[in-house]
Design a binder for this molecule. Structure first.
Ligand code: SF4
Length: 281
């Protein structure tokens, strides 16, 4: 059976950087490294880091000394930096630079007096970190109608728009264009990071050429689950697995080509393991 890997698959820049920073911190501070929340949505990597001494905590209150790592989505408030420093805890900031840019742009728009809209999911940790750093009111939504209703209630002539980094360009640009109808001045920062969309487009393209797809990544990873559902639109068998051990012999009857893709928090070593196992079938 031929095994084809999607053109874009696995670790994005921000996740790769966060894992490297955590690895380095574990080496230089063997006495105590903590990650505030799971560093990434991949249980195998979190487990591997735990073996090296990186312990997950849910709150800074659980950290007395050593190092705390802020994960790639960013933290909910800049005050956490001050609180950590006040406790004598060293901060390793693994916030992805794309998220830092979104935080900076949101803050700038608020300081310039715009009503700020963030096109995204208000429950996502990244969105919460942007809200926490911007220091002002931001409407988070993926619905133009909601923006319109909000402006009817709280009229503002100047609208500033940013995007959650994982937003698709299509959705973002559609909302931006429609907002031209409802304000006098519009300022837009395109804060999309194309890692997610690149992986989605590559998965869709590959799924069109093969008899089955294997999607590799944490079952708790939203972007991996989304990749699986995109591949599923092609009406081929799609298997979402975390490791090669889950692959079953009877999954590919008569299939000549199988495609492999992986979410942005899946490391190369897991993807390569899966490819090797599939090639032996
Ligand atoms: S998806 Fe983009 S913004 Fe998010 S961590 Fe990866 S590189 Fe950074």
């Amino acid at each position: 059976m031929e095994v084809l890997l999607a053109e874009h698959a696995g670790y994005c820049f921000g996740v790769k950087r966060a894992v490297k920073l955590a690895d380095d911190a574990a080496t230089s501070h063997p006495d105590g490294v903590h990650s505030l929340g799971p560093l990434i949505h991949n249980p195998q990597v979190v487990e591997q880091l735990a073996k090296k001494g990186v312990k997950k905590v849910d709150s800074l209150d659980e950290v007395e000394d050593g190092v705390v790592i802020f994960r790639s989505h960013g933290v909910a408030s800049p005050k956490l930096f001050e609180d950590a420093q006040a406790k004598g805890v060293t901060v390793v900031d693994a916030t992805c630079p794309f998220v830092t840019n979104a935080q900076r742009d949101a803050k700038q728009l608020i300081e310039e007096g715009y009503q700020v809209v963030m096109v995204g999911d208000r429950n996502h940790p990244e969105t919460k970190s942007v809200l926490g750093h911007a220091g002002g009111e931001i409407l988070v939504t993926e619905s133009f109608e909601e923006i319109k209703a909000y402006l009817n209630k709280f009229p503002k002539k100047r609208l500033g728009i940013i995007s959650q980094t994982t937003q698709t360009y299509g959705k973002f640009s559609e909302i931006v264009v429609r907002c031209l109808e409802i304000c006098e001045e519009l300022k837009v920062f395109n804060t999309i990071c194309y890692a997610t969309e690149d992986r989605q487009n590559a998965a869709e393209e590959l799924a069109a050429k093969v008899g089955a797809m294997v999607v590799v990544g944490g079952k708790n990873s939203a972007n991996t689950t989304h990749l699986a559902s995109i591949c599923g639109n092609r009406n081929i068998p799609v298997y979402h697995i975390e490791t090669a051990q889950e692959i079953q012999q009877d999954w590919f009857p008569g299939i000549e080509k199988v495609g492999v893709t992986a979410g942005a928090s899946t490391p190369d070593w897991i993807i390569n393991d899966v490819i090797r196992s599939l090639e032996l079938m």
